[in-house]
Design a protein around this ligand. Structure first.
Ligand code: F6P
Length: 521
């Protein structure tokens, strides 16, 4: 069903056409109260929303049966229809869903094995092939097997309460400047490599893992040492075994966990190593609280649902062509990267679940960066550019560094930016270049203090928001067929570039291949 054919969509289109609401007025009396979940406050007070629009949006969610679809997901139905898979990342945090005892046992078993590895690495009892404790962990993986773990490790690992002295590195890109910038810093006797790949066939991860293995063997001449220096996380246990990994160092994942929803699985091993077992448990507990909230809260105060409906209002009715994620906290610098995959790989789709043209716009571009850096770069466009957008401001209330001047200025800037975007500035007639139109809708997420519980809840709210949007747009948020073509096309180009076989290409590509060949010494 095309959502544009629903009565609710048509009603919202009418409301949008009549919309004369100004944020200068709406911010005087926000329609929604600030909503709290596990130490995160979600404030939609700077959205172009009145009671009538809110009612219309909730009617849209009812007509699109968002809650019925939610229940199907939580109950393990194969809602990823193009791959015939269930979508049960919520089972990894033992959420509100009713999962089979088999799944619950399998999850717990893997979590216990993760804990054994993580604790041994953290307390120095995991010994390398020369009996030295581990000092460096290198996580090799890409996309969903990388972005979540690096985000969480960067966000939480410096927290003195949980951190260890271990250095955790991440290598994702096929570009050698990624892995080969890390390797010279390492002592192979004290390094543990984690290879995370759901499929264990992803080019980047395979090439990086093989290079890491060769680097290790060249320096140690110890094939048996592989067992003490490499662990892997995958659904493809057979492939991982042929890489030479010891069975006890292989942690399984399951086809019912999508890659970009997998940081809660064994893919999160570097997180557990960085913040400890209890820290990881808190992260899961935060996500679990979001699962419960999503499963049990009525529409009017359901945070992921409201986030999704407001996003739909902004993108489909008010013409917002991008979502800026503006994190006013350096520790969350990787949040936009993580959300790019979560939102754009999930909902950047053009066909419906039934394979028809979708007929409306789906996910716009998501981008972002940290404040206040961005204020001196791209905020000019946000204030005076011609394209509509929406933004999520994310900031942390507590001053954990006890640096009040820094912290209060940071928070003041975040609030001032969203205020300027909402209210704008009416310039004198002879200074039109100073005019700031305002009326740019934004949300603010205020985190009490940045800990695993809060971060777990925040990320799970975004996951469920993505889910609700996918249902409203009638698309499958859990496949990613679009990325396959580029992978296929790279193979013959690689063969040509590396002189294995000449493949004919279109002229525009061919001349670039020849230029690269000519420039390569
Ligand atoms: O190419 C896209 C993708 O399939 C993502 O969806 C996934 O997170 C990433 O590649 C890595 O896949 P894998 O974990 O199988 O190596």
């Amino acid at each position: 069903m095309n959502p544009a054919n629903t009565a609710a969509w048509k009603n919202l289109a009418k409301l949008a056409a009549q919309d004369v609401s100004s944020l200068a007025e709406l911010t005087k009396q926000p329609t929604l109260d600030i909503l709290e979940l596990s130490g995160c406050q979600f404030d939609f007070g700077k959205q172009r929303l009145n009671q009538e629009i809110l009612t219309g949006l909730i009617e849209l969610s009812e007509e699109c049966e968002v809650f019925a679809h939610r229940d199907k997901m939580l109950n393990g139905e194969a809602i990823n229809n193009s791959e015939d898979r269930a979508v049960l990342h919520t089972a990894l945090r033992q959420g509100a869903n009713v999962v089979s005892p088999d799944i619950a046992n399998a999850v717990q078993d893997v979590q216990r094995r993760m804990a054994t590895i993580a604790e041994a690495v953290r307390n120095g009892t995991w010994l390398g092939y020369t009996n030295k404790p581990i000092t460096d962990v290198v996580h090799i993986g890409i996309g969903g097997s990388h972005l979540g773990p690096e985000l969480v490790v960067r966000a939480l690992a410096d927290d003195g309460k949980r951190s260890s002295n271990l250095k955790i590195h991440f290598a994702a890109n096929i570009d050698g400047h990624d892995l080969f910038a890390i390797l010279p810093q390492l002592n192979p006797e004290k390094t543990l490599f984690i290879i995370a790949s759901k499929s264990f066939t992803t080019l980047e991860t395979q090439v990086n893992a093989q290079s890491a293995r060769s680097w290790f063997l060249e320096r140690t001449c110890s094939p048996d040492g592989i067992a003490k220096h490499f662990v892997a996380i995958t659904t493809n246990i057979g492939e991982a075994e042929s890489f030479g990994l010891a069975e006890e160092n292989l942690l399984p994942m399951w086809d019912w966990v999508g890659g970009r929803y997998s940081l809660w699985s064994a893919v999160g091993l570097p997180i557990m190593i960085a913040i400890g077992v209890s820290g990881f448990e808190e992260l899961l507990a935060g996500a679990r609280s979001a699962d419960r909230h999503f499963a049990e809260t009525q529409a009017q105060t359901n945070i992921p649902l409201l986030s999704a409906l407001l996003a739909t209002w902004n993108y489909n009715f008010l013409g917002a062509g991008s979502l800026a994620v503006l994190t006013y906290d350096e520790r969350l610098a990787l949040l936009p990267d993580y959300l790019q995959q979560l939102e754009m790989e999930s909902n950047g789709k053009s066909v419906t679940r039934d394979g028809d043209a979708v007929g409306i716009h789906t996910m716009p571009i998501l981008w972002g960066g940290t404040g206040t850096r961005g204020q001196h770069a791209y905020h000019q466009l946000l204030h005076q550019g011609t394209r509509a957008f929406t933004a999520d401001f994310i900031l942390v209330a507590s001053d954990d560094l006890d640096q009040a001047e820094h912290h209060n200025w940071l928070a003041a800037n975040a609030l001032a930016q969203s205020q300027a975007m909402a209210i704008g500035y009416d310039a004198p007639a002879n200074q039109p270049y100073r005019q700031v139109p305002g009326n740019r809708p934004t949300s603010t997420i205020l985190i009490d203090e940045l800990g695993p519980r809060q971060l777990g809840a925040l990320l799970a709210v975004y996951e469920h928001k993505v889910f609700c949007q996918g249902v409203v747009w009638n698309i499958n948020s859990f496949d990613q067929w679009g990325v396959e073509l580029g992978k296929m096309l790279a193979e013959p180009i690689y063969e040509t570039l590396s002189g294995q076989q000449d493949h004919k290409q279109d002229l525009a590509t061919q001349r670039l291949i020849e230029t690269i060949q000519y420039k390569t010494p």
